[in-house]
Write a protein that binds this ligand. Sequence first.
Ligand code: ZN
Length: 162
Amino acid sequence: MIRVGMGYDVHPFADGGERPLVLGGVTIDGRGLAGHSDADAVCHAVTDAILGASASGDIGRHFPDTDPEWQDADSIELLRRAAIVVRNAGYAIVNVDVTVIAQRPKLSPHVEAMQRRLAHALGIVPGQISVKGKTNEGVDSMGAGESIAAHAVALLASVLSQ
Ligand SMILES: [Zn+2]
């Protein structure tokens, strides 16, 4: 049995420059995003995609933002934990595809590093994960450079005999 899941996340840029920008577990030079954890929209979208594909709830259920344990959490660690939830539910991750929408900064120099970090957290090889950056052509808050959004889809295969 194979199952597909989708995830979406968006974070606005933070006021002030103290927070680092973290996407796909990679710290990138530039203004950071606002959020309860490290605001890594890529990790959050992938987390929801794999949890969704296995019908295991969502990131808010597993890592509630009301829980001080997840304050300034390292989202790549949340993703690693979500991958364990998915494996324990009897699924292997076949592939993950991510589109990151950011007017700035330019993401292409960081795509390979994101693939490596995400693959490591998911327990798969970088060839099983795709990260694509695009601008929003100047439209809406992403295009105005006020936020960064990520869309992810994940395909899982059941490793239990039916
Ligand atoms: Zn988020």
